[in-house]
Design a protein around this ligand. Structure first.
Ligand SMILES: Nc1ncnc2c1ncn2[C@@H]1O[C@H](COP(=O)(O)OP(=O)(O)OP(=O)(O)O)[C@@H](O)[C@H]1O
Length: 311
């Protein structure tokens, strides 16, 4: 069942169109990602979904309701954590949660929520004394305090160190496991790949692709590549006869095999049958980042950052 429907959404700021006919639907219980370069219109789109902006054209429905007309009802059903949400420096974690809880009729139990978000030991810590990751987790707690069915999370791990980012991912997964549908805006390929069940890639206000992370990669780069040094000579036909193999190239003692499907297992099985060992075997799979570049013609902004993280 679709819990969010965005149909040919248009939004202009002055003369400038920033969302130009974006359409997508989010299914109940999934983590749905909006991915795209800076200025692609991601935040504007989720602000329209959250009822914070009025679309110029198109239709947005959240749980069958209109985010603007039915704003009061949706406030109880949708939790929103937007970019750069800030709280007063002196407010303590428990006070902030109590304050937000007071806006809701049946709020979550504060200490349970704080424990779930790894903030139980920071109940009395002031906002200013929290680390970046703790601030982000508090902002997620505030989005969840009304026990929403849908959570909208915008760039929630930007500026976090790799460990804090991973901790936040675990929190998001736990929320999803509780049955909350999540609409997530992200710049990070690793985040999209790890968390999202499906992704819409937004470019210049349009959805240019919509699929699972793996589906996007395969659609853009269906090929795979294996490189290895065989322990004994053999005829290339051993590999070229396999339906999965597209090409075989030799450079010195090294073999370079491209193909599709379950290439690795097809190649290693036939080699093993002939008692050949594939030494220094490497599999190159295209990444979501490659798919992103192919779709938008741009490098993802945080690619270098992610590279450091994986190092
Ligand atoms: N209130 C506003 N008034 C005028 N222009 C705006 C306003 N908000 C956003 N914009 C512009 O609209 C474009 C789309 O912005 P938006 O924040 O939706 O994109 P985004 O994909 O979320 O970008 P980012 O990844 O940089 O946050 C940007 O060029 C931005 O400068």
């Amino acid at each position: 069942m679709s819990v969010i429907e965005v149909d040919r959404l248009h939004k202009r700021y002055g003369a400038r169109t920033v969302v130009a006919g974006a359409s997508f639907a989010v299914e109940e219980g999934e983590i749905f990602g909006l991915l795209g370069p800076n200025g692609a219109g991601k935040t504007t789109t989720v602000e329209c979904v959250a009822g914070l902006r009025k679309p110029d054209a198109g239709r947005v429905a959240v749980l069958g309701l209109d985010p603007r007309r039915d704003a009061a009802r949706l406030r109880r059903l949708v939790g929103v954590q937007l970019q750069e949400s800030r709280l007063p420096d002196r407010i303590r974690v428990a006070e902030a949660v109590d304050l937000y809880a007071s806006f809701h009729r049946r709020p979550a139990v504060r200490d349970e929520l704080l424990a779930e978000l790894g903030l139980a030991d920071h109940r009395d810590t002031s906002y200013r004394a929290l680390s970046g990751g703790q601030k982000q987790r508090l902002s997620i707690a505030l989005a969840l305090v009304g026990r929403p069915r849908i959570a909208i999370l915008d760039e929630l791990t930007t500026g976090l160190d790799p460990q804090a980012r991973r901790d936040t991912w675990e929190v998001v997964e736990r929320i999803r496991d509780r049955g909350v549908t999540i609409l997530l805006v992200t710049h990070f390929m690793a985040e999209a790949e790890r968390l999202c069940d499906r992704l819409a890639v937004l470019d210049a206000g349009r959805v240019v692709a919509l699929d699972t992370p793996a589906g996007l990669v395969t659609r853009i780069h269906p090929g795979q590549r294996i490189r290895f040094r065989p322990s004994a000579p053999f005829d290339d036909r051993l590999l070229t006869d396999l339906p999965e193999v597209v090409s075989v190239r030799r450079t010195g003692r090294q073999l370079d095999v491209t193909g599709t499907g379950d290439l690795l297992s097809a190649v290693t099985t036939v080699l093993a049958r002939h008692q050949i060992i594939a030494a220094d075997l490497r599999v190159d799979r295209p990444s979501l980042d490659d798919a992103f570049v192919a779709l938008t013609g741009r490098r993802s902004q945080h690619r270098a950052d992610e590279g450091n993280e994986q190092a």
